[in-house]
Each structure stands twice: as structure tokens, then as C-alpha cells.
Design a protein around this ligand. Sequence first.
Ligand SMILES: C[S@@+](CC[C@H](N)C(=O)[O-])C[C@H]1O[C@@H](n2cnc3c(N)ncnc32)[C@H](O)[C@@H]1O
Length: 219
Amino acid sequence: MTRRSEHLSPELHAYMVAHSAPVDGVLRDLVAETERRFPDVTGLQIGPEQGAFMTLFARLIGARDAVEVGTFTGYSSICVARGLPEDGTLLACDISEEWTSVARRYWERAGVAGKVTLRLGPAIDTLRALPPGPQFDLAFIDADKEGYVGYWEELVPRIRPGGALLVDNTLSHGRVVDPSVTLPAVEGIRAFNAHARDDERVEQVLLPIGDGLTVARRR
Ligand SMILES: C[S@@+](CC[C@H](N)C(=O)[O-])C[C@H]1O[C@@H](n2cnc3c(N)ncnc32)[C@H](O)[C@@H]1O
């Protein structure tokens, strides 16, 4: 899978990245190491324009406390953590010790390790174990697609009013509009998209960034 907004030509994508906040050496090295060590799953990382957007977005909403569901080797977590202030916090949830051991090294290199707490285990259990009330300004969901509605239901009540949720892969590589595709992951995204659209606790927009990024603001 490509690491760019999929409706753009490679040339237009390169132009867009070249005219956005630059990708620094830490993120470039992280992409290279991920490609070298895990060539079959490199496409799991968010792309450079989405990373730049998420850093800027965290800053724009003044986020201090954030949570991520689906950390992998750390690209998106570094982008979110960089948008938080020095006393900011990011709770990073994943099930893979192997992939997140790469993330840990790059959090150090990026200078954000002091903001990040990693919780290994099924993210639904991690979220359910959190205190029930509002405690985060920003959430990013990017893990198993069948779990999205469950993650959303745990996270929306824990987002402070005016805070936001970002949800990845909500266009599912275009498969959301192909009724012949009934893969569980695609059905999970369809179910999530309908669920989020009808949720009156938030106002939201599905943007064509990356593989589709839903941006929702908690009322
Ligand atoms: C698409 S990748 C995340 C990519 C990451 N956001 C980035 O930009 O590099 C999905 C991640 O979700 C994790 N994951 C899958 N199922 C999970 C679960 N039930 N609980 C927690 N993490 C899970 C996987 O281990 C994987 O690292």
C-alpha cells in the first residue's frame, strides 16, 4: 500500500510534501528502518503529509494530553507528540513488542520519549481500564479496523469538550464504495463511518488525506 494520499499522482504528492513542513532525518530514518526490517508491512505507517497535518492539528487545537490506538514503529506517535507542549502526554497503545521496540528508540531520538507512555496489550482493555471522564484533548485511532467502533465508544467520553479524534483509513483504499468487497476490515470501516456520522456528541468531516482521515470535534 502506498504512503501517500491515494488520489494524488506521485508527482503531485511529491510537490505537496515539498511544500509542507519538511520531514526531518529522524522520520526519514524511521521509514528507512521500517522498510528494511519489515518490508511486508511498511504501508502501515501514515504518510508524510498526514504526519505534518497531525503535528499542526495538535498544535492548532492546543492539545496537551493525547492517546493513540495503533503505534507500530512510531511514525504517527512522533508527529502527535511533537505537536504537544513540553508537559504534554501521549498514551500509545499497541500489542506488538517487536514493532514498538523500534518506536521506543525513535521517541528517544526525536526528543519526545518523556511525553510518551506505551501500553502493550489489546487496546480495548487499555482504554476500558482508564478513568471514565474527559482526560484527553486528542485521540488518534489507527489499529485493527474491526475494533474502531469499540475504540470510538471508549474514547469519545474521555475527550474534553473542544478536543478532537482523528481516525485513519476511513476510505479503506476506495473499497468502502465497492459492495463486492466484504472483508471484515472493510465492513469494520463502513460500520465505523456510519456510526461516527450519526454520533451527535461530535461534529466531523471525512478528509481525503492518506487513506481517508476522519476529523471529529467533541461538542
Ligand atoms: C496501521 S498500524 C499503525 C501505524 C502507526 N499509526 C504509524 O503511523 O506508524 C496498526 C497497529 O495496530 C496494532 N494493533 C492491531 N490490533 C491491535 C489491538 N487489538 N490492540 C492494540 N493494537 C493493535 C498493530 O500491532 C499495529 O502496530
